[in-house]
Design a protein around this ligand. Structure first.
Ligand SMILES: C[S@@+](CC[C@H](N)C(=O)[O-])C[C@H]1O[C@@H](n2cnc3c(N)ncnc32)[C@H](O)[C@@H]1O
Length: 259
């Protein structure tokens, strides 16, 4: 109920292009966020993989990690998990467009699940980006790994294990971070902890993307703290996703954009 009210409030308060005065944010919204028709020939392959996973009636075993991910995993099938936990086509395509526009050298994802959002990001990055995706559940990590291999995503890798351990392992593997997609363990304390850990390696122009910023009161609180952080210069709130820009600007700007 709360989320419905929050969403209605977002619809009322959010702006389209006309309300954006920053030239950088205006161009980004116009040329990337709203460019919904942009396609890759690989979309069909990824959606075929998603459809196949959705038909998988085998039970998903393994460790249940964090809030908003594998609740009741013991009774869930892979198909149900693919249906409920992977980013939808709309948001997957947005990740692809952002990845293609941003072209990071080093990119990270927390929460691979079956690799759906990872595949969209990786095809947007191209082969010159080193992409690491972290997943705690071994069944999911193996499936994500297989999906990356099938798509010949040779500069992408999955690290299996709890983020509490694997995040520092991943950070040791890269000289800097230009992109992070936070999509797992949707609770306030770990979200802020992972954010601060990633900040230590963030490059000047890094883009951090947070999923489910309105999923719970805890996530809303985390998002508020992230927006207020001194290293954060611009944010774009799309309700289900929050974009965080670390590049220095004269003044801090937070945009609430209808998507
Ligand atoms: C919402 S799903 C990710 C969906 C995926 N990004 C996509 O759109 O295709 C979140 C994933 O994070 C993993 N996860 C959550 N907390 C974790 C933790 N502390 N350590 C490792 N993995 C975790 C869960 O196992 C789950 O697969």
């Amino acid at each position: 109920m709360n989320q419905i009210l929050n969403y209605l409030s977002y619809l009322l308060k959010s702006t389209n292009l006309h309300g954006i005065h920053s030239p950088f944010a205006y161009d980004l919204v116009k040329d990337v966020i709203y460019k919904r028709r942009e396609k890759s020939e690989k979309f069909k392959i990824i959606e075929a993989i998603r459809e196949e996973l959705k038909q998988d009636s085998s039970l998903l075993f393994g460790t249940d990690f964090g809030a908003g991910s594998l609740s009741k995993s013991s009774q869930k099938t892979i198909g149900e998990f693919a249906h409920s936990s992977s980013k939808s086509i709309k948001y997957s395509r947005l990740l692809y467009r952002l990845a293609k526009w941003h072209q990071p050298q080093y990119a990270l994802e927390l929460g691979s699940a079956l690799g759906i959002s990872g595949m969209y990001q990786a095809i947007g990055f191209g082969n010159s980006t080193k992409f690491i995706s972290l997943e705690g559940n071994s069944v999911l990590a193996a499936k994500a790994h297989k999906n990356f291999k099938n798509l010949n995503l040779n500069s992408s890798e999955i690290i299996e294990g709890n983020f509490d351990e694997t995040l520092s392992m991943a950070l040791e593997k890269v000289p800097q971070l230009d992109w992070v997609f936070f999509d797992g363990n949707h609770k306030k304390e770990p979200t802020l902890r992972y954010f601060n850990q990633c900040l230590e390696k963030a490059s000047e122009k890094a883009l951090f993307i947070f999923d489910d910023i309105n999923w719970s009161t805890e996530m809303q609180e985390a998002w508020t703290e992230i927006k207020q952080h001194t290293n954060v210069y611009m944010t774009i709130d799309l309700f289900f996703l929050g974009l965080v820009f670390l590049e220095k600007r004269e003044q801090k700007e937070n945009f609430l954009v209808r998507f």
